[in-house]
Design a protein around this ligand. Structure first.
Ligand code: PYC
Length: 317
């Protein structure tokens, strides 16, 4: 077994695209391929994202064939503990990586994911805009008791992943508070699960997003801290999290169709977002950002190497 991967980062958050040697997930739709991945590809997932080749913040992107002829490819995103439903920083990284490999050029490209087809536009200057899956605020003003932190209120919103959106609770959203923000949002995630608070249809709320004012209001409208399912924070503003926020802002009457929202992440990198309102009342978010290719590798799997399939993340133990 040999894998070829291309590394990039989008606003600071890494994406590792596996473009050769990855597992065959069958010819099903992407949701079916994702369930095969979840059942059969734990060694592969760990090999790519976890130490010694990766680290807890790494997000993998396995390119797979899509049964939809209009799509340039399918993709399964995954991290240090599991497969993800969707990932926008990863889609931006994927598009820039496919362009680096000479597989696509500027223009709009349909990409198949386990939660639906997204359309990504690569501009000449390298900026990528992702038209995400339909997004919506599911519940607002949800209260949860968080041991050690007290009662916290937030909105539950879908942006391709399930998010609990918090403002005005917990540590100030700033880089100096990374450790406290990690403890707080992880405790919120556990409290939501303990209280049986879920997304629609009982789906787990696997991301928690805390908001505060931007460090520079001329460059962003808000700054966030996003806790991902493997207890690593998103270094970027999180595109699915930005989509969930856009949906919640619109539901609260605070964002009109076409209006610009500039979401900064904890490193002060910015994603720009706008919405279109769909006939069923959900919104179609468009999220723009940049990615940079940082490296290219071939992975080897020596049968004598006890850690050729990675080391489990401490979060997963
Ligand atoms: O950008 O959507 C995103 C994302 C999800 C998890 C990490 N990044």
């Amino acid at each position: 077994m040999r894998l070829k991967v291309l590394d990039s980062h989008t606003g600071g958050e890494p994406t590792r695209v596996v473009y050769e040697g990855g597992p065959d997930l069958g010819a099903g739709d992407l949701a079916t391929q994702a369930s095969v991945f979840r059942k059969e590809c734990e060694d592969f997932r760990r090999s790519v994202c976890n130490e010694p080749r990766g680290h807890d913040a790494m997000v993998g992107a396995l390119i797979t064939p899509s049964p939809r002829p209009e799509c340039v490819c399918g993709v399964i995103f995954f991290n240090n503990v599991a497969a993800l439903n969707m990932c926008i920083h990863g889609t931006i990284g994927l598009v820039v990586s496919l362009a680096h490999l000479g597989r696509i050029g500027p223009g709009v490209h349909a990409i198949d994911t386990p939660v639906g087809v997204v359309h990504a536009e690569l501009e000449e200057g390298g900026r990528v805009t992702v038209a995400n899956v339909p997004s919506y605020r599911y519940r607002s003003g949800v209260e949860v008791d968080v041991p050690g932190w007290g009662r916290v209120m937030g909105d539950i919103s879908w942006g391709g992943n399930w998010f609990f959106l918090i403002e005005g609770f917990g540590p100030t959203v700033s880089f100096e508070n990374l450790a406290a923000l990690t403890d707080f949002t992880w405790a919120v995630k556990a409290a939501l699960a303990a209280a049986g608070i879920t997304g629609e249809g009982g789906m787990e709320i696997d991301h928690v997003e805390s908001f505060g004012p931007p460090s520079d209001p001329t460059k962003a409208d808000s700054r966030n801290f996003v806790m991902c399912p493997g207890r690593a924070y998103d270094r970027s503003p999180c595109g699915t999290g930005t989509s969930a926020k856009l949906a919640a802002l619109h539901a609260a009457g605070k964002l009109a169709p076409g209006e610009l929202w500039r979401q900064a992440g904890i490193l002060d990198t910015v994603f720009e977002g706008r919405i279109e309102v769909l006939p069923d009342g959900k919104v179609l978010p468009r999220v723009s950002g940049h990615a940079w290719v940082t490296g290219e590798s071939t992975y080897h799997f020596d049968p004598a190497d006890p850690f050729r399939f990675g080391i489990p993340s401490a979060t997963a133990i």
